[in-house]
Design a protein around this ligand. Structure first.
Ligand code: CU
Length: 164
């Protein structure tokens, strides 16, 4: 079963790479922009984020490096937000991207919660059954807490631009 799942992931990743070649991919690699004045495990970290949008689906992959290793095991919330990622002003990122008129859920928003590893990395992949149209979302925001069923995940810590 685990092997099967691994194969499925390889196929999905290969599909993503092919999509990139076809020009349907969105990519971002940057130091995280700090939006929280207090010290937190995202300080000094950077991320690679990518998305493919096609065939009624959006696939978003988030990889973070340089997280505080002493916080290993801690889970942080993360989501695609509608507004831009601006250092020092997390509010500008606005709310979560959500399918218009739909209730909040991981099927109507893009949730990318990750657990800090011993190596100070974090990894998340979200595959959602809707397409985010060009210009409808501009960032991934990382929060202090895991995402609750309400979508809340506590204060905003840091973000990376991801221009849909
Ligand atoms: Cu968020």
């Amino acid at each position: 079963m685990k092997f099967h799942r691994a194969m499925v992931m390889v196929v999905i990743l290969a599909f993503g790479l092919l999509s990139a070649a076809a020009g349907n991919a969105i990519f971002s690699k940057a130091p995280l922009s700090d939006v929280s004045p207090a010290a937190d495990p995202t300080d000094g970290a950077w991320a690679v984020a990518s998305a493919t949008v096609e065939n009624g689906r959006t696939v978003v992959v988030l990889n973070v490096k340089g997280l505080d290793r002493s916080e290993s095991g801690r889970r942080l919330g993360a989501h695609v937000h509608v507004g831009p990622c601006v250092a020092g002003d997390g509010g500008l990122a606005g709310g979560h991207y959500k399918v218009p008129g739909a209730p909040v859920s991981p099927e109507t928003e893009v949730w990318l919660d990750f657990t800090i590893t011993d190596g100070g990395t974090g990894h998340a992949t979200a595959i959602v059954p809707f397409e985010i149209a060009p210009g409808e979302a501009h960032s991934i925001m990382i929060h202090r807490d895991p995402t609750a069923s309400s979508g809340a995940a506590g204060p905003r810590l840091a973000c990376i631009p991801l221009e849909f």
